[in-house]
Design a protein around this ligand. Structure first.
Ligand code: BGP
Length: 473
């Protein structure tokens, strides 16, 4: 079994996790620049307001993997692997440092002129995320982030600037990365100073509403600027299974999945689903959608549905089971006794990718794009090589399920694994949680030569791409 030759086999990056160069050529501070490494990271994510003016000594996003300086060599290495598509993101604060400037920062635009031109040189299709967790920190600290509608206007101006500038070379766009993360990590997802909000849940759903409006505005502009633009919503996906056949567990899993699907419902169907009333009622949230906003959402739905998939989850209707739960991921999950776990406690479920793809396609009937899938692991360099057979195994099993889904008739535009090179982990800020096909010699403290070394998985994936997914051995 294999894909057709138009299928976009590729891999992915995110500006805030790879570029570094955090304060040169006019770039402003983004929320991820304020995320220190280690325990302090989780303290800041929990209480960003309390730590707004506190300085720590290690901010991984500020250095990334020096992609800003190194991008030509990195793109050349990825071109040698044969990728057809590279997902990356534009750093909002390179273009509008505080988000409120009237005019864009020309040096920032110049960097992305060069980056996209370099990709095109090798005939690599860019897939570009406009906001991958890097809302301007200025909007967070001074306005509370996306709970404030000022972010919608700032975002619309930014989106218009980059869509008008790059739609001649970029045709696949993602307005907001993992839009549902606003409910789980509100500072990262939307710069919310959640510890300063009187009603945190109301603030999260208000911010979610503003993000959904911004997404619709980006869709509108993208379609106005070029008929070749394809715009996708993006969800941190992975179905939640019921722990038992007890109807109470099954009922809980239905609502857990709805927590995420609510976002795609709005972006793919153009309106809040009927069940959103129950979610808002249960959480004592009120969201007034004006007639103008209803029209905006209805008239500007997405062309495809993209998502990240790392693992599935397990839930129970018995709240007692969640007491003292240690979960390795942002999403709380009970243990699935049928699955192995990664070194970071993420439950490995290749069939779960197929379950999620079938579920999403059944619900929305729009083409899919798998834009993140990979294994974070501790890689060891032995005689200058990295024998990451565990990563090859993880990807092999997930790609098998991807291709099965395509075979059974689900239209899939492409697959961009996470991640192209080792980059800073979003949740932990570690370099030691490595995902790349290309090893980067840097440790969690930022020490190292930053030399790149192609892992065994680099050569394996080169074969996968050249055989259109047929040769997975
Ligand atoms: C998703 C992000 C990516 C990536 C991935 C892996 O939330 O979209 O940026 O980081 O998670 O997670 P982590 O890096 O925390 O291991």
């Amino acid at each position: 079994m294999k894909t057709d030759d138009k299928f976009l086999w590729g891999t992915a990056l995110a500006a805030n996790q790879c570029e570094g160069a955090h304060d040169i050529f006019g770039k402003g501070e983004s929320i991820t620049d304020r995320l220190p490494y280690g325990k302090a990271r989780f303290m800041v994510m929990e209480s960003p307001g309390q730590f707004a003016d506190k300085e720590f000594n290690n901010y991984p996003s500020k250095r990334g993997i020096k992609f800003y300086e190194n991008f030509k060599e990195d793109i050349a290495l990825l071109a040698k692997m044969g990728i057809k598509c590279l997902r990356t993101s534009i750093s909002w604060t390179r273009i509008y440092p505080t988000g409120l400037e009237k005019e864009p920062n020309q040096d920032g635009l110049k960097f992305y002129d060069d980056l996209f031109a370099e990709m095109k040189k090798y005939d690599i299709e860019p897939l570009v995320t406009l906001n991958h967790f890097d809302t301007p920190y200025y909007l967070s600290k001074n306005y509370g982030g996306w709970v404030n509608p000022i972010c919608i206007d700032a975002y619309e101006k930014y989106a218009r600037t980059v869509l008008e500038r790059y739609s001649n070379i970029v045709h696949y766009w993602i307005p907001v990365n993992e839009i549902n993360m606003i409910l789980h990590i509100p500072f990262v997802g939307g710069g919310l100073m959640i510890d300063k909000e009187e009603n945190p849940v109301q603030a999260k759903y208000k911010a979610a509403h503003h993000l959904l409006l911004a997404n619709a505005k980006a869709v509108k502009i993208a379609h106005e600027v070029s008929k070749d633009n394809k715009v996708g919503c993006m969800l941190a996906a992975g179905n939640t299974y019921a722990e038992t056949c007890n109807p109470k567990d099954v009922w809980e899993s239905l609502w857990k999945n709805r927590d995420s699907y609510l976002f795609i419902d709005v972006q793919a169907k153009g309106e809040y689903p009927y069940y959103s009333k129950s979610i808002f009622k249960e959480n004592k949230v009120s969201i007034d959608v004006t007639e103008e906003e209803k029209t905006l959402l209805k008239e500007n739905t997405v062309d495809f549905i993209s998502f990240s998939y790392y693992n599935s989850r397990v839930c129970s209707g018995d709240k007692e089971k969640y007491k003292n739960l240690q979960s390795g991921n942002v999403f709380k999950s009970l243990t699935n006794p049928y699955l192995e776990e990664s070194e970071w406690g993420w439950q490995i479920d290749p069939l779960g990718l197929r379950i999620t793809m079938n579920d999403i396609y059944d619900r929305y009937g729009k083409p899919l794009f798998v834009v993140e899938n990979g294994l974070g692991a501790k890689d060891i360099v032995e005689d200058g090589k990295i024998h990451d057979t565990y990563r090859i195994q993880y990807l092999r099993e997930h790609i098998k399920n991807l291709i099965e889904s395509i075979e059974e008739g689900i239209p899939v535009i492409g697959y961009t694994s996470w991640s192209a090179l080792d980059i800073v982990s979003a949740s932990t800020g570690q370099m030691s949680k490595r995902y790349g096909f290309i090893y980067v010699d840097a440790d969690d403290e930022g020490n190292g030569s930053y030399t790149r070394i192609c892992k065994d998985s680099y050569y394996w994936y080169k074969k996968v791409i050249s055989s259109l997914g047929e040769d997975l051995e």
